[in-house]
Design a binder for this molecule. Structure first.
Ligand code: IPE
Ligand code: IPE
Ligand code: MG
Length: 224
């Protein structure tokens, strides 16, 4: 049985769910947030130590302003209402991606990270304004600046995910088979699960089924 240390998720399909059920993409995002809370609970139940969630990509800035504002309002309210509770549950929040949002959001993110930085039960890496290519470029620049050797260890060290083991599995909901610029370096040997359901329909049982399937996979890493 494979042990699971790190699950990464591309939470896709909110917009389509919203249009289908409520005629509004944004209501799909609101529904999607409930699933995030459920997934955090299930991750803890399964004693998994790292959860990386793709919430907003460097490409998502192309979306209409109204949708972007709605998403960041959701994030703001979520952190304001829940960070104390996350902290009590011994959860550490880390933002991966460049924090170039409004001053208010940047501050809230930094305060939330600082408040939870010593927590040990689960680390949530929240990918915001995250793009794997820009993360890699940033890492190479730091390597150059610090005049250190280019090797696997150092590249991993200068990524936003430093100190996080590579994901054992990556899940993408929403019936699309692509990576959309997510963790390209880190998932070199991850098991990938493409889930047909839209994110707001992804229930505890669907998540547990994937975790059980993962545990039984024979992982070769090039060996036989
Ligand atoms: C993923 O859902 C959430 C974000 C990118 C913020 P989408 O908003 O991409 O939903 P679909 O893919 O359009 O249905
Ligand atoms: C990926 O979903 C990003 C997030 C889930 C945050 P997208 O919906 O943005 O991906 P594409 O554009 O369809 O590839
Ligand atoms: Mg999408």
């Amino acid at each position: 049985m494979n042990h699971i240390r790190h699950v990464a998720i591309i939470m896709d399909g909110n917009g389509r769910w919203g249009i289908k059920h409520k005629k509004s993409r944004n209501l799909g995002h609101r529904e999607g947030l409930k699933i995030v809370e459920q997934v955090i609970k299930t991750t803890i139940k399964n004693k998994i130590k790292f959860l990386t969630l793709y919430a907003f990509s460097t490409e998502n800035w192309k979306r209409p302003k109204k949708e972007i504002n709605f998403l960041f309002n959701l994030l703001e309210n979520f952190l304001l209402n829940k960070i104390t509770d996350l902290n009590k549950q011994n959860i550490k929040l880390k933002i991966i991606g460049k924090k170039n949002f409004s001053r208010k959001i940047n501050n809230l993110l930094s305060v939330s990270e600082k408040k939870t930085m010593k927590n040990k039960r689960l680390q949530i890496n929240l990918a915001l304004n995250y793009g794997s290519k820009s993360e890699l470029i940033n890492a190479f620049k730091l390597i150059q600046k610090n005049k250190v050797k280019i090797n696997e260890k150092n590249i991993s060290k200068y990524l936003f995910t430093n100190n996080t083991p590579d994901p054992d599995l990556l899940i993408r909901t929403g019936n699309t088979k692509r990576l959309s610029n997510f963790l390209l370096w880190q998932i070199a040997y991850s098991e990938i699960f493409f889930e047909k359901k839209l994110w707001p329909d992804f229930k505890e049982n669907d998540y547990n089924k994937i975790l059980e399937k993962f545990k039984k996979i024979k992982r070769n890493y090039g060996n036989i």
